[in-house]
Design a protein around this ligand. Sequence first.
Ligand SMILES: Cc1ncc(COP(=O)(O)O)c(C=O)c1O
Length: 398
Amino acid sequence: MQKEDFFTYQAQTSPHPLGLEVSRAKGSYIYDQDGNPHLDFVAGVSACGLGHCHPRVVEAIKTQVDQYMHVMVYGEYVQQPAVEFAKLLASHLPKKLETTYLVNSGTEAMEGALKLARRHTGRSQIIAANRAYHGNTTGSLSLMGFEERKSAFRPLMPDIRFIDFNSEEDLQKITEKTAGVVLETIQGGAGFILPQNGYLEKVRKRCDEVGAMLILDEIQPGFGRTGKLFAFQHFNCVPDILVIGKGMASGLPVGAFVASKEMMADLQDHPKFGHITTFGGNPVIAAASLATLRELTETELIPQTLEKEKHFRKLLVHPLIKEIRGKGLMLAPIMESKEVTDYLVLEAAKKGLILFWLLFESKAVRISPPLTISMKEIEEGCDKILAILNSYKPGAVN
Ligand SMILES: Cc1ncc(COP(=O)(O)O)c(C=O)c1O
């Protein structure tokens, strides 16, 4: 009944939605209407880093809801959860990333970052990477390095050029005309591609040479998923603007862009209200963000992601798995073919294991579980994956 209404009254954006009927979620599991558990290896697409309904986050939300929920547009009133979150975040970041602008989603954070880079440099050109994903509003969509998914929405934002991620040669395309270079620290939709051979350091150097702003999109790898609070902290490269979201509020809608105080001041004048939002910095969401950041930084969850990665890599050995890309709990087994990937994701859904695809790499399977997942739960999920792969026969997917 509810499923019928879902298809009748709610818009879908894929031809065959998975359609799991959710009743509740806790820890690493989502429970359906019949009470069946589904082990969640996707975590709301990397958003539920602390698992579902983490008690510390739930408590912080409830406490805040009892005090006040929304009082004024962003940046006018002093609201304790947002102030404390921004201060704590700054204490875990390099000095030049000291000021945070809170918004409603990852894509809005990217829009804000683009505006800030243009406003700060007085230039318009933006450089992005092929096979990049930065969100779905028009500005972010313009940066998507995958024509098939954006051509229907043209004309998009002008003055954008593309480079190949990890190509040193392409860095020459970054010039004195460039306002900002936007990169995912680890490319997500492309198949969890890590920067190689000092790539980010070289991009940083080139940006410094020409006065372009380096914008790193950490919406997916951020908040501990790769073994550091942010993935750029694995490299000797600090962005001018850091863009974050997803795992930040443990499942509530959120995003932020972070830069120096001096740079951020550009949004205060000429024009004033250089970026405004009604709900950005919402106190309930900020309280969830603060509780999440405290939990991540006061426990061993972040370093433990690397132990958990090792466990996955040890267990996921099968002739149909050609390699496993990614880092920490952002892993993408690459299957022999797209058909194997489709079979695995769809069969897993029937067997109580949640997996998903990546946007542009059709042979990849997304594994981005909660950081709180236990070794036993990892074993439970990997056993299912191996059993499904053992049952695969060519032609199994129509
Ligand atoms: C790297 C990256 N950037 C931006 C976004 C967009 O974030 P949101 O969906 O919150 O707008 C995503 C979401 O998947 C992402 O993975």
